[in-house]
Write a protein that binds this ligand. Structure first.
Ligand SMILES: Cc1ncc(COP(=O)(O)O)c(C=O)c1O
Length: 469
């Protein structure tokens, strides 16, 4: 018989014994990446990469890391860096990075089994976030994976609320008993349509209400009229920061419509709600307190890594009715308001920890500084664009985003915009993505990264000029 120490050890055994080495190697890679972040190409033109297959005998962490660095690492984008302005892509503050790593190290189930400090830290993180937004404790909050899932939860509550108004418990009885649910919005984000599709309410049932002239903000008089044509309860989806022109609906005026109409107000503040932490921008969110449910991302302007968002609501009971997941094996330690019973997920990552870390580390002031700096930089870049004959700014710079296009008689084609953006990507300095605004081919800049500084927008502007034909 072989002696135990003669048995060849598996990669997993070796990693277990060499965990310190594994961590050190990982830290070395993290340092290499972060130190190179500001200087590396922000995005790549990708050729198809050779696929990796499943090894029969594993490589061990060191071997897998080698393979990772050889195969994929050169093509990782600078989306965590200061000049990645596509979509609405936040970075990761140092404290959030530490919190996220420790989330993995601790590997707690964020759904809260009642046997650890998971619940208290999570409730503290929610309360801190709520405080940052200036909301009262009437709002409860839970973590989900992103704004899309957050709005899904908000709309699910809205659906349940409409059902109750009609004497139907949709969560118990199903959709067939409900009938159509009127959903109205000025400029709904695509995630709202997705939510309606997932909830069986139907993408096509979203009623688009007229917006103010040259704006993405809803025309409240038109909303009033549209609601007047509806008998019974409705759902209104308002925006606190539209993705193209960072426009805000007038929440206070919308809430006044409640005097005559019965509706649930869901606010999509995926990134814009964070602006409430700055005295300069708080006015944009007046009325937020009156929302029934509110979507806010943490992985955007809060600069916490993917995937993290919150759904705030004032209707915990409805949330529980929809998302309850009772089972005898779960009940002994878990009460009805535990996170497990409030979100689509049962088991979930402890997303509260990186948020708690970052809010504890930088506080209200730290976030107000990030918000105000991003907005100042957006305004500076907007001024350059507005003052240049080859570009055309399509919307005023209200916050942290820019929507603009190439100056061309009759407007550029989308092929021309895409060609410009391809040249910019290949230049490597900055990364922007296309959109369509008011029917025009356009592009966007969204500044939400804590790392972005004046020199970054100046370098971006120089690159944009270089990439004009
Ligand atoms: C206003 C708005 N709502 C929703 C979303 C969807 O966010 P997520 O990708 O986190 O689901 C975005 C993303 O940019 C957004 O800007």
């Amino acid at each position: 018989m072989k002696q135990a120490d003669e048995v060849p050890s598996s990669p997993l055994d070796r990693d277990r014994r060499g965990i310190e080495q594994v961590l050190e190697t990982t830290v070395r890679e993290a340092k290499r990446f972060l130190n190179a972040l500001d200087g590396q190409p922000v995005a790549h033109r990708l050729e198809a990469l050779p696929a990796a297959g499943l090894p029969e005998h594993g490589l061990g962490t060191a071997g897998a890391l080698d393979d990772l660095q050889r195969r994929y690492a050169p093509w990782i984008s600078g989306s965590a860096g200061p000049r990645y302005f596509a979509f609405v892509t936040g970075g990761t503050t140092p404290a959030a990075l530490a919190g996220d790593w420790l989330t993995t190290v601790y590997d707690q189930n964020g759904s809260d089994a009642g046997e650890s400090s998971v619940r208290q830290l999570s409730l503290d993180a929610v309360a801190m976030f709520r405080d940052l937004l200036g909301l009262s404790s009437d709002f409860t909050g839970v973590f989900v994976s992103g704004a899309t899932m957050s709005s899904f939860v908000g709309l699910a509550m809205a659906r349940q609320w409409v059902g109750k108004r009609r004497g139907v418990d949709v969560a118990a009885q199903g959709l067939a008993a409900l009938g159509e649910v009127p959903v109205l919005s000025g400029t709904a984000h695509s995630s709202i349509y997705k939510g309606l599709a997932m909830l069986g309410l139907g993408r096509q049932n979203l009623q688009t209400v007229a917006t103010l002239p040259q704006r993405e903000a809803v025309d409240v008089a038109a909303l009033d009229q549209a609601l007047s044509a509806i008998a019974g309860p409705a759902v209104v989806v308002a925006n606190a920061g539209t993705v193209n022109s960072t426009d805000f609906d007038d929440l206070e005026a919308i809430l006044e419509l409640r005097q005559h109409h019965d509706f649930w107000l869901h606010v999509d503040g995926a990134f814009g709600a964070i602006a409430a932490c700055s005295e300069r921008f708080r006015h944009l969110l007046k009325g937020l307190e009156g929302a029934d449910s509110l979507t806010v991302d943490a992985h955007k302007w809060l600069n916490v890594p993917y995937d993290s968002a919150l759904i705030f609501s004032r209707h915990l009971n409805l949330q529980g009715e929809v998302f309850r997941s009772m089972a005898p094996y779960l009940e002994p330690s878990i009460g009805p308001d535990t996170f497990l019973h409030l979100t689509p997920e049962n088991s979930q990552r402890w997303r509260a920890l990186p948020v708690w870390m970052s809010l504890a580390a930088y506080g209200r002031q730290g976030y107000a500084e990030i918000v105000e700096r991003c907005c100042d930089l957006a305004r500076w870049l907007g001024q350059q664009i507005d003052g240049h004959e080859r570009f055309s700014l399509l919307a005023p710079v209200r916050l942290n985003g820019l929507c603009f296009t190439l100056a061309a008689s009759g407007g550029p084609t989308s092929a021309e915009v895409n060609a410009f953006l391809d040249r910019l990507r290949d230049d490597g300095t900055a990364f922007l993505t296309p959109t369509s605004y008011g029917g025009q081919a356009a592009m966007r800049v969204s500044i939400v990264n804590w790392r972005t500084r004046q020199e970054d927008v100046e370098a971006t502007w120089r690159a944009m000029l270089r990439c004009l034909e």
